[in-house]
Design a protein around this ligand. Structure first.
Ligand SMILES: *[C@@H]1O[C@H](CO)[C@@H](O)[C@H](O)[C@H]1NC(C)=O
Ligand SMILES: *[C@@H]1O[C@H](CO)[C@@H](O)[C@H](O)[C@H]1NC(C)=O
Ligand SMILES: *[C@@H]1O[C@H](CO)[C@@H](O)[C@H](O)[C@H]1NC(C)=O
Ligand SMILES: *[C@@H]1O[C@H](CO)[C@@H](O)[C@H](O)[C@H]1NC(C)=O
Ligand SMILES: *[C@@H]1O[C@H](CO)[C@@H](O)[C@H](O)[C@H]1NC(C)=O
Ligand SMILES: *[C@@H]1O[C@H](CO)[C@@H](O)[C@H](O)[C@H]1NC(C)=O
Ligand SMILES: [Zn+2]
Length: 313
């Protein structure tokens, strides 16, 4: 134990230029000394584990599960749900107000929605989603982080439970065509990046932004499910992952604002780019059962056809 602590301190001392104070774990995306190739050394307890995220979702290998029904979203329509937007030095994070919750969706419990944050690449040309689907990486990915309601927001307790957290992952794809500033809600959200260019800066968001609006155009009945981990150290294996199949469509100019506006530290430090962890080994993935509606439709079709044939006889 003493040896382990000494080791962690040594690692910290060696890389002390990168913010060792935060949570005691020194990690980053942008330097070869602390990027994700080192996380299993920096945070060995879980980052080197066997249930790590993100993964590539092999859609052919996904098994169907009839329990993966729709979610119930509580207060996702609230226009005061997003309280603040903060530059953490690692991501851009919005804190959600109390009363925002999810249940259903094959989850055994109700979860409180605590925060959302984003992962991105470098401009629209270098995609930066965390999960990939059959090898495809999307430009960005938004995570809504939810903690089992019975823990009353105590994330320390939640990360000790193999399904203490439920994360919702939404891909962000570039709108086709040359539109700019779309959708309006994303333009509004992205406009606040200019207020939080340096680490630790935080703005209070005015009302008007709801989660439902941010998730515009996504059919939330279609998703992949697997058991994984936090995608940042300490990589605790406590996350029930839901990755939605349909992306949110955001115009290229807005996607590019993320990698061109916020810095990892002060304005003389690098811009935050490629804020995603590399792909981890596969996990079993489930998804909705092939809809029986299409079978019904097909049978009805056959029936109509046979009736028509019979009439013609
Ligand atoms: C981050 O910026 C602050 C303020 O300029 C500075 O004191 C600190 O040394 C910087 N940290 C790193 C890791 O560069
Ligand atoms: C991470 O750091 C290693 C060296 O430690 C380097 O080989 C690799 O290219 C870096 N990865 C990224 C994505 O920068
Ligand atoms: C995806 O899953 C299918 C079916 O299990 C398998 O044949 C294929 O090799 C997998 N592809 C990859 C890239 O893992
Ligand atoms: C939505 O949140 C508010 C507090 O912000 C709370 O009073 C209300 O009960 C919540 N709605 C539901 C359906 O829980
Ligand atoms: C979380 O729960 C643990 C164990 O009961 C307790 O020691 C800790 O103080 C709690 N943390 C917070 C932030 O309430
Ligand atoms: C964000 O910055 C702009 C331009 O400096 C300023 O006018 C605005 O009041 C700021 N917004 C918030 C919420 O701080
Ligand atoms: Zn995330």
């Amino acid at each position: 134990m003493i040896f382990l602590i000494a080791l962690v301190l040594t690692v910290c001392a060696l890389t002390s230029r990168v913010d060792c104070a935060t949570a005691g774990i020194d990690w980053c995306y942008h330097l070869p000394t602390c990027n994700d190739t080192h996380w299993a050394t920096i945070a060995p307890k879980y980052c080197g584990g066997s249930r790590q995220s993100p993964i590539n979702i092999n859609t052919t290998a996904a098994k169907s599960d009839v329990n993966l029904k729709v979610f119930t979203y509580i207060n996702f329509s609230s226009t005061t749900a997003l309280k603040t937007l903060e530059n953490t030095g690692k991501t851009v994070k919005a804190i959600l107000g109390s009363g925002v919750q999810i249940s259903g969706g094959g989850l055994a419990d109700t979860y409180d929605s605590l925060q959302l944050h984003l992962h991105w690449g470098n401009g629209a040309a270098v995609p930066g989603s965390e999960h990939t689907v059959d090898g495809k990486r999307y430009p960005m990915e938004m995570h809504i982080v939810n903690v089992k309601s019975s823990y009353n927001g105590n994330t320390t307790l939640a990360v000790g439970d193999s399904n203490g957290l439920a994360a919702l992952g939404f891909f962000i794809e570039e709108t086709s065509g040359s539109a700019t500033g779309e959708p309006a809600i994303w333009k509004t959200l992205a406009s606040y990046l200019a207020n939080i260019t340096t680490k630790g800066q935080k703005v209070t968001l005015p009302s008007g932004l709801s989660l439902d609006d941010l998730l515009v155009g996504v059919n939330r009945a279609k998703y992949y499910r697997y058991l994984g981990s936090l995608t940042t150290p300490a990589c605790n294996e406590a996350v029930v992952w839901t990755v939605f199949k349909e992306p949110i469509k955001v115009s290229k100019d807005l996607i590019e604002l993320f990698s061109k506006t916020v810095h990892v530290n002060d304005t003389s430090s690098p811009l935050m780019t490629n804020t995603f962890r590399g792909i981890q080994p596969d996990q079993p993935v489930t998804t909705q059962a092939v809809s029986s509606a299409s079978t019904t439709c097909y049978s009805l079709g056959l029936m109509v056809l046979s009736l028509a044939l019979w009439k013609n006889l």
